[in-house]
Design a protein around this ligand. Structure first.
Ligand SMILES: [Zn+2]
Length: 64
């Protein structure tokens, strides 16, 4: 059920392959999401990346 959510496309650089990948993010950041991180499956490396919904930046949990 995503009727109240507007999805927006973004382009990010895969931190594993360096490729540019298109993904969809929920239109609004949610206070219920810890640190506003959204997990997406990456088409370039088949992995999972976390996107900060406020900055649209890829977050690498291994680096803090
Ligand atoms: Zn990737």
């Amino acid at each position: 059920m995503a009727d109240r959510r507007a999805w927006r496309p973004i382009i990010f650089s895969c931190p594993t392959t360096g490729d540019r990948v298109q993904a969809l993010l929920p239109g609004e950041a949610s206070e219920s999401l810890a640190d506003n991180l959204y997990s997406i499956s990456c088409a370039a490396c088949d992995g999972i990346h976390f996107i900060n919904l406020r900055t649209d930046a890829v977050v690498d949990p291994k680096r803090s």
